[in-house]
Write a protein that binds this ligand. Structure first.
Ligand SMILES: Nc1ncnc2c1ncn2[C@@H]1O[C@H](COP(=O)(O)OP(=O)(O)O)[C@@H](O)[C@H]1O
Ligand SMILES: O=P(O)(O)OC[C@H](O)CO
Length: 492
């Protein structure tokens, strides 16, 4: 019998990937293409949605060609994607109307601040689990509705559509047949009531967003529609949509309440599964939909850090002090310690638990002896200290971290993994198969396909590299207080 597989699309901020997974969760083929962001004004972060689409098409075609060569039968598609990033398009013309406003974009900081000052944050948090921050899609949609003539024209023609990346890709894959999203992506817009899983009239009114431009909200594992056969020469069903961080939690096997993972890609996102009821944070974390499957919705508490691997990319692309991200490990371990140098990477403000969109990055503690190794080390260490801040907030909210499961592009860096274990003082587990987001989407597609009847039947590899804490309590304390001092210089 021919080997069967699911095509998983993992559309991240730094790259688009396509992977084929078999029933046992083995990766049979991979293709990847890097993507760029543009920064047209202070605090703005944009991507070209057309280039995102073309990169997805290209990597899908590459792995499907490998499938043909290897005689693999591909049964369906699952999509995991960067969340919140906002795309508006003209339905009849199938034309994107502006650059995509990326999740890291801060242009709506003043507007969100005004809403906070008007006292809206509490009720918004109760409905959405989120805070009033430019991170989420609603204020980005509003900005486009008020600033972009093409968007206004499309609205007047009743042809305007909004989507996060999942929804936009689904629209394109089905050649405009399906305008839908899943509960995880919808839960990042600030427009969804996360308990009823429906668009909320009061929120739509607050942000001035017409409901008819929004996609239909569906389960994460669902038969969404069929890819246009002209794209791949196959009538592939789209079987899952899921935000990449929730997908990574599922891919790492965080299916029971209390399980925790942290993903280190462009940003860093720690999620703890809280089971079938939402837990509302008292310490500035987010409550989010983890996934909806077979009519059941799971929730998670999330800490979001806007800059993790993005700081390494900054060292490479803006400062030019490294040629490859992997050099940071060699540079970091070339030093006996950090020399008192700390980077607070608030390049696009600070996320959890501070939520300060106007904060900006700082490099502190430099001397004339500071060199590029210190900068590389500071960029990696910053990710660790920010994770420590998230875990403290989670602990204060009642979630315990006895170990940390990690994934994402940055965890190729073993120096970072060891520093995480040392500073967090918990064992850190890196799975041998580091494709958690893509695997999570494939698992959901497998449910829609009927491969698994329940979450309990899913295959999760127990094969992981373990990093055990080795640092003394004094040293840990010294590093964390150095970080708190550096952070204080940035907090407003
Ligand atoms: N060996 C490494 N050390 C440190 N950072 C790395 C390493 N390899 C990749 N990265 C960083 O990881 C990020 C890419 O991770 P990935 O999970 O693919 O991101 P995304 O899902 O956001 O597209 C990039 O920002 C890159 O700089
Ligand atoms: O691009 P990533 O993988 O860092 O993920 C981005 C997040 O989904 C933003 O919320």
């Amino acid at each position: 019998m021919r080997q069967q597989a699911i095509l998983s699309i993992d559309q991240g901020t730094s790259s688009s990937r396509a992977l084929l997974f078999n029933r046992e969760g083995k990766v049979l083929a991979v293709a990847q293409q890097e993507l760029d962001c543009t920064y047209p004004q202070q605090g703005w972060v944009e991507q070209d949605a057309e280039l995102i689409w073309l990169s997805v098409l290209k990597v899908c075609r590459q792995v499907l060609a490998q499938a043909v060569q290897q005689g693999i039968e591909v049964l369906g598609v699952g999509i995991s994607n960067q969340r919140e990033t906002t795309v508006l398009w003209h339905k009849a013309k199938d034309k994107v109307l502006s650059p995509a406003i990326v999740w890291q974009d801060r242009r709506t900081a003043d507007y969100c601040q005004k809403l906070k000052e008007q006292g809206h944050e509490e009720w918004v948090q109760q409905k959405t689990g989120l805070l009033l921050d430019p991170y989420f899609s609603a204020s980005k949609i509003r900005w486009l509705l008020t600033h972009n003539n093409d968007v206004q024209q499309a609205l007047a023609e009743n042809e305007l559509a909004f989507g996060t990346i999942d929804s936009f890709l689904l629209w394109r894959l089905t050649s405009g047949q399906v305008h839908a999203t899943d509960s995880t992506n919808a839960s990042r817009t600030l427009l969804l009531n996360i308990q009823s899983l429906s668009w909320d009239q009061e929120l739509l009114q607050l942000f001035g967003v017409p409901e008819h431009i929004l996609p239909q909200v569906r389960q994460s594992a669902d038969r969404y529609g069929v890819c246009d056969t002209r794209l791949f020469g196959l009538a592939l069903p789209v079987l899952a949509l899921v935000g990449d961080q929730q997908a990574a939690a599922l891919g790492q096997g965080c299916i029971s309440a209390g399980s925790l993972k942290s993903t280190y890609g462009t940003g860093c996102f720690a999620l703890v599964n809280t089971g079938c009821s939402p837990l509302f944070s008292r310490h500035r974390l987010l409550t989010t939909v983890a996934f909806t499957v077979q009519g059941q919705t799971f929730y998670a508490l999330e800490g979001a850090i806007f800059v993790a691997g993005a700081a390494v990319k900054w060292l490479r692309d803006q400062l030019g002090i490294i040629a490859e991200a992997s050099e940071t490990a060699v540079l970091a371990q070339s030093l006996p310690d950090n020399g008192g140098v700390y980077l607070v990477p608030a390049f696009t403000g600070l996320g959890a638990p501070h939520w300060q969109p106007e904060a900006r990055a700082a490099l502190v503690g430099m001397t004339l002896g500071t060199g590029k190794a210190h900068l590389a080390r500071a960029a990696l260490e910053a990710v660790v200290y920010q994770t420590a801040d998230l875990l403290s907030a989670m602990l204060a909210d009642g979630a315990k971290a006895e170990q940390l499961q990690i994934d994402g592009g940055m965890v190729a860096n073993n120096w970072l993994c060891q520093h995480l274990a040392d500073v967090l003082n918990v064992p850190v587990l890196k799975p041998s198969q580091n494709e958690a987001s893509a695997y999570g989407a494939a698992l959901l597609a497998a449910v829609a396909l009927g491969w698994f009847e329940s979450l309990a039947e899913m295959h999760f590899s127990s094969d992981a590299q373990e990093f055990l804490p080795q640092m003394s309590a004094d040293k840990r304390q010294q590093l964390l207080s150095g970080w708190q001092n550096a952070l204080a210089s940035v907090l407003q």
